[in-house]
Design a protein around this ligand. Structure first.
Ligand code: CCH
Length: 288
């Protein structure tokens, strides 16, 4: 085999499943973090690793894991993601053959599936790059802006309006932290479960500006415990976006299907898979 002739370990499907199982076990074990799970911050790490992609130059994206290096790790948008990278350090130590780039994406998929989300097909093959491949600051979205900015950022990656809205449903998960982004609070009442609640709340709650010293954000009128960012509210104030919010609020099955497709696309932006084989995706089994 190739591994016998070259001495290089060639991982098989079951090896990726072992990595998955290890991350899933760690997620269960370390349940005293935030709302009871590292899942949301792992999804955010995979998204920020991928969301730097620029289709014109082919730079950025998950192939490289350049957030390991200070220039990119220190970008304001990446504040707090060191928690996710540190969480994965023992996994990398146990499975040194996996690249950081493949590990971060596998962890994002594991987190989505373990938080009861849809099955996300996984294709490995990313290579870590060095510090020179760090992307310039400003490629990730700025939460204080509106629809024009969202389109600018996501069209640059190659997404359309429907895909922007489907991706945004990830905000069913996790929360904002004052010591990271400056914003505060969760979007939903179930921040460790993948649901279409984000869309339902956008439509069914009344959202007011929060009165506080922090950055401009919205709070729900009824409980004042949930939040929306200005960019989240752009999805209902813009007609082309809102038609998709309506669809996903009504049909969780449709959201799961579209979310799985669009996050797969996000996680593979700029990854040079073997064109001839197209590398059949691996379906990683969730823990029961
Ligand atoms: Fe997001 N996100 N996100 N987001 N995000 C934040 C947290 C999470 C924006 C801003 C923020 C996506 C799109 C956008 C997650 C997944 C996705 C925070 C709080 C801000 C601010 C950070 C903090 O303080 O810890 C903006 C603007 C956009 C524009 O579209 C997309 C796309 C995804 C994934 C597909 C997840 C998950 C979190 C929660 C992280 C946590 O630690 O709980």
């Amino acid at each position: 085999s190739a591994s016998e002739t070259t001495g290089v370990f060639v991982p098989k499907q079951e090896d990726y499943q072992k990595v998955y199982d290890d991350i899933a076990a760690l997620l269960q074990e370390k349940d005293d973090y935030d709302d009871g799970s590292y899942g949301p911050v792992l999804v955010r790490l995979a998204w920020h690793a991928s969301g730097t992609y620029d289709k014109e130059t082919g730079t950025g994206g998950s192939n490289g894991a350049t957030m390991r290096f200070a220039p990119e790790g220190d970008h304001g948008a990446n504040a707090g993601l060191v928690a996710a990278r540190d969480f994965l350090a023992p996994v990398k130590a146990k499975f040194p053959w996996i690249t950081y780039s493949d590990l971060w994406i596998l962890a994002g998929i594991c987190a989505i599936q373990e938080m009861q989300g849809p099955t996300i097909p996984y294709r490995p093959g990313r290579m870590d790059k060095d510090i020179a491949a760090c992307t310039p600051d400003g490629r990730l979205p700025d939460a204080s802006q509106g629809n024009k900015h969202l389109r600018g950022i996501f069209y640059r990656m190659g997404f359309n309006d429907q895909e922007i809205v489907a991706l945004s449903g990830a905000h069913a998960l996790g929360r904002c932290h004052t010591d990271r982004s400056g914003f505060d609070g969760p979007w939903t009442f179930s921040p460790t479960v993948v649901t279409n609640e984000y869309y339902k709340l956008l439509l069914n709650e009344k959202w007011n500006w929060k009165k506080w010293n922090g950055p401009k954000q919205y709070e729900d009128k009824s409980t004042k415990t949930l939040m929306m960012l200005p960019t989240d509210m752009a999805l209902v104030s813009d007609k082309a976006f809102k038609q998709w919010v309506d669809k996903y609020a009504k049909d969780e099955g449709l959201f799961f299907k579209d979310f799985a497709a669009v996050i797969t696309k996000l996680f593979e932006l700029g990854v040079p898979f073997d064109e001839t084989t197209q590398q059949t995706p691996i379906i990683l089994k969730p823990t029961a």
